[in-house]
Design a protein around this ligand. Structure first.
Ligand SMILES: [Zn+2]
Length: 172
């Protein structure tokens, strides 16, 4: 009897150890399958999103891929929109650094460079917080985007930050 109980306890320990070791592998495999499904959905329904994602460097792709939570189908769609949105921010930042002037990735895979500003004009826009715009809006104009991007911490950003958000918003 005692042997059987010990044996049972022993197999319980083995089961618990296996569970602890195997569970993360199962969760990881499910997450990988979910991300593959999400990207195949995006490829079929919004190929432009895949093109934007593919324009990123590998480490940036890994970074935005982590935004897919795989909780529900609705979450997955929202997460894919976020992936595309954040990809645009990455691309805008890379192009801005490469061109040494504010540059925005456009949907036809071209870019818009703002290189016609004088140094003074650039400095002025770079130092103007976007929350100044909020005060000039009517109540009807103070919609979600205005509340999100023209107030609080975001409202202290400069004008080029706002252009970056305006660029990313319609694409994701
Ligand atoms: Zn954004």
């Amino acid at each position: 009897m005692s042997f059987a109980i010990n044996n049972f306890k022993g197999s319980g320990v083995i089961c618990a150890a296996l569970f602890i070791c195997v569970l993360p592998l199962i969760v990881e495999a499910q997450k990988t399958a979910c991300i593959e499904l999400a990207f195949s959905l995006m490829k079929n329904k919004y190929s432009r999103g895949i093109t934007i994602y593919n324009a990123l460097e590998k480490d940036q792709q890994e970074s935005v891929k982590k935004m897919i939570s795989c909780k529900t189908d609705n979450d997955m769609v929202m997460d894919l929109e976020t992936v595309v949105h954040e990809s645009i921010h990455y691309l805008d930042a890379i192009k801005t650094n490469t061109n040494s002037c504010p540059t925005f990735y456009l949907i036809n895979d071209s870019e818009l460079k703002i290189n016609s500003l004088t140094p003074d004009e650039y400095k002025k826009l770079n130092e103007t917080p976007v929350n100044l715009i909020y005060a000039s809006l009517t109540a009807d104009e103070k919609i979600f985007y205005a509340d999100t991007y023209l107030q609080g911490t975001e409202g202290k950003q400069d004008f080029f930050f706002l252009l970056d958000e305006l660029n990313a918003m319609p694409m994701g």
